[in-house]
Structures are given as C-alpha cells and as structure tokens.
Write a protein that binds this ligand. Sequence first.
Ligand code: AHG
Ligand code: MN
Ligand code: MN
Length: 335
Amino acid sequence: MSMVTLNEFIMERQADFPFASGDLSRLLADISIAAKIINHKVNKAGLQDILGAESTTNIQGETQMKLDVFSDQALLNAVKWGGQVCGAGSEENEKYFAFDLEHCRKAKYVILFDPLDGSSNIDVNVSIGTIFSIHRRKSSLGDLANVNDFLQKGSDQVAAGYVIYGSSTMLVYTTGHGVNGFTLEPSIGEFCLSHADMKFPETSTMYSINEGNMASCSKGVQAYVNYCKSVDKKNNLPYTARYIGSLVADFHRNLIKGGIYIYPGTKKNTEGKLRLQYECNPLAFIAEQAGGKASDGKNRILDIQPKDLHQRTPFFIGPVKMVEKVEEFIRELDI
Ligand code: AHG
Ligand code: MN
Ligand code: MN
C-alpha cells in the first residue's frame, strides 16, 4: 500500500491555488510540527509534570491547565519562527500578537487558534484537540499586523483545521477544496492520508449537547432535544446521545458517524460558551466543506462579523438536515 504523507499531499494540492507561492503550504507544515510537539507532551501527560492546573487564569477567566500553556507556546513559536504569519490570536491570550520580525512583517497570513481544546479532559485521559483558522492579512505587507487582520468573517478563511489527540492522533484540514484527514503514524512520525474527502453522512440519529444546561436553554432548544428523545419509528427516533465535552472530539465523531453538536446560549450566558474565532469558524468552514452546516440557531456562522477577538456564539453544527431541524424549532418557539 502506498502512503501519502501530509507534506506530500500539501505540495500536490498547491496546484489548486493558481500563482501560489507555497507560503500557505509551509504554514500548514509548521502547524503540523507544533501538533507533533503537543502530541508528544499529551502522550506523556500522566508520567511527566504536565497534568493539572497552572496558578493562572486566561482571558476567558478559566483556570489554565499546564497543557493549555504548553500548547499555546508550541504553536506561537512554530508560526512565529516559521515566518508565514504576521500575527497570531489565541484563546489563551488577551491581545493578539503582531510579530515584529522582518520575515513576519512580510508574511501574508494571520492565524487564530484554540491551542488545547477540551482542557477539562486532560487529567482523565480523554480525547482533546487543537483548532486553527487562517486568514489572509488585511494590513499592508511590511506593516505590523493590526486588529482588522483578526476581526474577519469566517467566510474569509483560507484554511482551517484541527488536530485530535485521541486513540490515534489525527490532523484534519481544509483549504476550501474538501476536507482531508491524516493519521499520525508513530513509527515514522508522519501524518499520513487516512480519510480522503471527508463528508458528513446526510443525516443521523445522534445528538451531542450538555443536557445539564437544559433548564436554562431556550424553549426552541428544549423542544428540539425533546424531539430527539421522542419515540417515532418513521423518523428513526429516539436518537442516541453522545457528549464527550471536548468539542474537537465530539465534532470529529459526528463528522464520521453523523450527528449534530449543539452548544446553545443559556440564561446566564446568552452567547453560549464557544468562541467564534478559535472554535466555531474553523469547524464551520470544515463542516461546510464536508457537506454540512453550521449556524448560531438563526444565521450562518461564517457570515458573522466579529467585533471582538474573544467573542462567543451559540453553536449548532452537523448534517444540513439536522441543523435545519433545530433551526425550525428555534424559529417557531424563540422570539
Ligand atoms: P476549552 O478547553 O478550549 O476551553 O474548550 C472547552 C469547550 C469545548 O471543548 C467543549 O465542547 C465545551 O467546552 C464543554 O463545555 P461544558 O463542560 O460546559 O459542556
Ligand atoms: Mn476549546
Ligand atoms: Mn482551549
């Protein structure tokens, strides 16, 4: 069997971009190096002094885990010294970084990332991930990156992806020409093409939501979840519930097996929990490229104009028919 490595694949696909100079390809390669460094640390999590919390909180007011901080640094270093981005925004840092290095000032791209997704699962050996989103810069080549580079709509992304550190480690990405998944082959230390042209199943009988929040969700969301649990042979109901608590892992399972993921607004947090720029936009880009749909309950995620780097949004993502169904409940019951 012939194996295609991630780097070979990226180089082959460069032809999809007329006049491409290879910068985006190099950036994706830099990210994959950071992913391997993080993966190495994740695998040693129980044996090294890497489990547990730091004494710090991040901009979201969440306690930072040691792996959050390590992963953030690994990605920042990889993209800064790789020189293909003029700046980076991260869930773990209040302000974006504008890299004041000659090669970075000349770079064409900016990156936003959630360095470690699913932090609460680190200490218990459950799948976690990394999510990234890449945009072309708005500021002029040669200048320092500015805020406009980081407040672009998801529809302007040029590439997005995630890494899942699970029973195997995978990197899944899109550049707007379909979605492809690569599994890390530990014996050679390379990501190899394992899931070509990934597509959501058309519909499914699985739903993922933290039902602990049910009482403070909107009537529309409550009605949809009750619909999922109702008995109706014709519509293959009731559905099966699956919720890991790591967005990357829940999304990855749903992409392969079919299923809708929901993190709605609640009474306390009307915009939900997930961050538009680091979590929702990149996964929405992947979902659409895989034939699925991502919505805030009413509008397409990729059409939201971000006003703040750390903005949150309700999130509904999965096969088109399933997302449309929950939107229908919201339209009817939530004013
Ligand atoms: P992060 O670890 O990057 O802060 O993200 C955690 C997110 C996401 O991964 C997950 O789906 C969600 O939080 C789980 O939230 P609940 O515990 O509220 O269900
Ligand atoms: Mn996250
Ligand atoms: Mn995170």
